[in-house]
Design a protein around this ligand. Sequence first.
Ligand SMILES: [Zn+2]
Length: 173
Amino acid sequence: MPENKMPVPRATTASPYDSQPTPTNASVPITRFRDGNRFLSNFWFVPQGVSFDQMTGPTVEHVFQAAKTLDRHQRGAILNARTALEAKTLGQKVDLRPDWEFLKLGVMAALQGSKYSDPQLAALLIATDNAHLEEGNHWHDTFWGVCSCSAHDAVGENWLGRLLMIKRSLLLA
Ligand SMILES: [Zn+2]
């Protein structure tokens, strides 16, 4: 490609963000993992399964919750949970492994890597272009997402969104 042939900036659709001074080629932020962006959720069913440390489950949520404990029976019950929500609920009652706080970010990053090894999911993630990603929620998750309840008022560290944006960069590298 000749050096003077620069990519044409993407046209952005009208949105409330248009009034803000964003770069002309910035995509509209994705702040809810629902509707067409629901695949970004850890509850999304992954046909080939998601794996980490010899555990495989149907969603990131299943394996993440199972990884919280070293108890084989608790792990098995979580991996076999019928829904991601059930896995999440079971994960709140496990015997937590003592080093979990140090591990959880790395485990989540590895699980996103496993999930987006699916070419179709990878294509969907890449198609979000350079959009800021964050899991806006109302269930007070201010570590992985951003909570919009009146008490938290859009506070959150957005670690899931950050990991997804890192994974997207790696897919494009
Ligand atoms: Zn809240």
